[in-house]
Design a protein around this ligand. Structure first.
Ligand SMILES: Cc1cc2nc3c(=O)[nH]c(=O)nc-3n(C[C@H](O)[C@H](O)[C@H](O)COP(=O)(O)OP(=O)(O)OC[C@H]3O[C@@H](n4cnc5c(N)ncnc54)[C@H](O)[C@@H]3O)c2cc1C
Length: 387
């Protein structure tokens, strides 16, 4: 059940999305750029420190409140929300769970205040679904590490103040490092030209002998992949909420258009075929939202140690399931919204084509939907096999 306090925070996010994001979404998409001011305003509201404890300057929201906010922001603009979700999600998660006190005291207040945006550099040109196949290397030196390799599709990579870089510390070991983009040898590569989320700044990163001190290593040098996968549970719940927000936006546009547009002397909404589409959209969105909030509830219990992460009822399976359901719902709903708009839906002048382009991304990043099915099957079968 959502509490009155959670609804109040959701409403704050809703009015921010309505006033500060939605009116600009089309222009940001066309310009392939986000107005910097929106991050400052998000920071003012505390929305860049949603899962950061108060002791480090954050709002310390419970996970469901965080997901409620993300849905609203994504309803306003999905590209800004991707930046916000990666920053608040996997970046904060990995620091909070595996950072030393010195690392947390240094970085969490800077992330929560918006002084620095965070990025998460796991994928590589030849290692996406299989991050264990990464080749970026971290070579041990007397006073730290030297990182060498290429990271691909780093969201926020162009404006981040800190990037969590995963690199091989040995033949069977991967470490996680906190890297400041200003460090010599860190070079932003090309800005990707994407189907949707065009305003999102997704870049390649070249690590050309980037020397970092011991204080850059998060936790144990061989545990980085484990940390990344754990952080992606939080990340995937966030992407599920983002997808629900995109779907809801498409649904609302389609409903309004169906009431307004007339053919054969009647509103489209009077045709049974349109009504069935709207009903199916509503059902899929409501189902996706329920799963997303269930994953959020379980994630919250996992954070406080009250639940194991694994197994069919664990957050790893539930967050994967929520992202799978919500991303498929978003793509399907946006596609049907275009159909309801007819020829106008196919035009750039109306928002639904952008929403379909944006929705498709949620089926791919933070793990493709094929990998989400794989994760769920693994969790279910492992529990069944161990009896
Ligand atoms: C907009 C955007 C933003 C992103 N942001 C980030 C970011 O901030 N940080 C980051 O690290 N990465 C980021 N990514 C990368 C993203 O996580 C990867 O693209 C994704 O994990 C898939 O990897 P890949 O592209 O290499 O595809 P591949 O792994 O090559 O997969 C290609 C296809 O094969 C399928 N496939 C692969 N293996 C299997 C299997 N075992 N069984 C069945 N099917 C399989 C996949 O599902 C997919 O359909 C981003 C990507 C996009 C598009």
């Amino acid at each position: 059940m959502v509490t009155a306090e959670q609804l109040e925070i959701r409403d704050l996010a809703r009015s921010f999305a309505e006033g500060e994001m939605r009116p600009h979404a089309e222009a940001w998409d066309a310009a392939r750029a986000i107005d910097d001011g929106v991050f400052a305003k998000l920071a003012e509201l505390g929305f860049l420190g949603m899962l950061v404890p108060e002791a480090y300057g954050g709002l310390d929201f419970d996970v469901v409140t965080y997901l409620l906010v993300l849905e609203e922001l994504a309803w306003g603009d999905a590209a800004v929300t991707l930046a916000v979700a990666i920053h608040n999600g996997p970046v904060v998660d990995v620091l909070l769970n595996h950072g030393s006190e010195a690392q947390k005291s240094l970085w969490l207040p800077r992330l929560a205040s918006g002084e620095d945006l965070g990025a998460f550099a796991l994928s590589e040109p030849e290692a996406g679904s299989d991050p264990a196949g990464m080749v970026t290397a971290a070579e041990r030196r007397a006073d730290g590490w030297v990182l060498r390799g290429t990271k691909r599709w780093v969201t926020n990579g162009a404006r981040a103040g800190v990037v969590v870089v995963f690199a091989r510390t040995g033949p069977d070991a991967i470490g996680a490092f906190l890297v400041e983009p200003g460090t010599p040898g860190y070079r932003e590569g090309r800005r990707e030209r994407t189907l949707g989320l065009r305003a999102s700044e997704t870049v390649s990163v070249e690590l050309d002998d980037v020397a970092v001190g011991d204080e850059a290593l998060l936790g144990e040098p061989g545990e980085g992949l484990h940390y990344a996968l754990q952080a992606l549970d939080t990340g995937r719940a966030g992407i599920a909420a983002q997808a629900v927000g995109i779907a809801r936006s498409a649904f609302e546009h389609a409903t309004a258009y169906a009431l307004e547009r007339r053919q054969f002397g009647r509103a489209l909404a009077d045709f049974g075929a349109t009504q069935m589409k709207l009903a199916e959209m509503h059902r899929r969105i409501a189902g996706a939202r329920s799963l997303t909030h269930e994953a959020g509830t379980v994630l919250q219990e996992t954070r406080t140690g009250a639940r194991p992460r694994t197994g069919p009822e664990g957050v790893t399976a539930l967050a994967a399931g929520a992202k799978l359901a919500a991303s498929e719902a978003a793509t399907w709903v946006a596609d049907e919204a275009i159909q309801i708009f007819g020829g106008y839906g196919y035009m750039r002048d109306y928002p639904v084509e952008r929403l379909l382009r944006d929705a498709k991304g949620t089926e791919i990043y933070e793990g493709t939907n094929e990998m989400m099915r794989h994760v769920i099957a693994r969790e279910v079968l492992r529990a069944a096999r161990s009896g």
